[in-house]
Write a protein that binds this ligand. Structure first.
Ligand code: GLN
Length: 305
């Protein structure tokens, strides 16, 4: 398949959409992103990679970091996570408080904010003051790139405006589902969300998810095949919050978005993909990025169905 030509076609097709949608402003440091930016990277399990647009430009991966946190938690705690975080689609926005109240502080899944905050709590209990270092080490190993790091100005901006995340964490603490103090848990969570990467690094960092948990290029095993199946299943059913059904319907691939404008996707056994365009649709997912992936699935026929 001529992936270079397909990427060029996609870039042309999405050009009129760039600038539609809105960049996230509730985290002030994200508001300066250029809504016209676009990048897309394909990382094949065979080692070849294809890129288009601003694939060297780093951006805040935000909720895409929830994948790495959950991978670490699965490796450490396995099925015991289930008592504290479920694996059902929420059908609600990523930062909604409503469901948490009537479901007794147990988040629906680890890819909405409250779910990732509980996972951050579990990792904080385990790694203590080494939590941030351990998470960034894991992301760097997955990306095979020691230059991936956190953007402290984003973390600080999120920290000082994280009213909803404080509300979510405090509500869950009142139900006994947060064990550490709220400040340290959110410190872990905000810093994870502030990891910065470009699309080439991001596609590379999830390549193992398209290859049963083992990086095909380094042979490092990051996750068991069984856990890899679970992460992909969660990406498909919960990776786009209350637009997860539509993403599955239109794209038919496991995917995870972040409010920084990134989306990652796997085509199991074939490749991983990262796309970036910071203007978001009403669900908080990249507008042009979602369209680019829909076109990619259409032009290549790649889908898990
Ligand atoms: N850091 C963001 C938040 O907590 C992550 C949300 C997202 O990417 N959807 O709100």
């Amino acid at each position: 398949m001529n992936y270079s030509a397909i990427l060029e076609q996609i870039q042309t097709d999405v050009a009129p959409l760039l600038g539609q949608g809105k960049v996230a402003t509730y985290i002030p440091a994200l508001a300066c992103a250029d809504p016209h930016d676009f990048a897309m990277s394909l990382q094949l399990v065979s080692g070849e990679s294809y890129h288009i647009g601003l694939h060297n430009k780093t951006f805040s991966i935000q909720s895409i970091s929830k994948i790495f946190m959950y991978e670490m938690a699965l490796n450490l705690f396995e099925e015991s996570i289930l008592g504290r975080v479920n694996v059902e689609p929420s059908g609600n926005p990523f930062n909604s408080l409503i469901q948490l109240e009537y479901e007794n502080g147990i988040p629906r899944n680890p890819f909405i904010n409250p779910g990732a905050i509980v996972i951050a709590d579990m990792l904080t209990s385990y790694f203590k003051e080494k939590s941030l270092r351990s998470i960034i080490d894991f992301v760097q190993i997955c990306a095979n790139d020691a230059s991936v790091s956190m953007d402290e100005s984003i973390a600080e901006s999120e920290h000082s405006n994280g009213y909803r995340n404080y509300a979510l964490a405090n509500l869950m603490k009142s139900f006994g589902n947060i064990k550490n103090d709220v400040e340290s848990v959110l410190n872990t969570y905000f810093n994870c969300c502030s990891i910065a990467a470009n699309t080439a690094q991001l596609a590379r960092s999830i390549l193992h998810l398209a290859h049963q948990g083992t990086d095909p290029l380094t042979s490092l095993k990051h996750l068991s095949p069984e856990h890899t199946k679970r992460i992909n299943a969660l990406m498909l059913t919960c990776g786009h919050y209350d637009a997860s059904g539509e993403f599955a319907y239109r794209i038919g691939l496991p995917g995870k978005s972040g409010v920084g404008g990134g989306i990652v996707t796997t085509v199991p056994s074939i490749m991983s993909i990262a796309v970036y365009s910071p203007a978001l649709n009403k669900h908080g997912n990249s507008l042009a990025g979602t369209k680019a992936l829909e076109l990619f699935s259409k032009y290549t026929g790649h889908s898990i169905f």
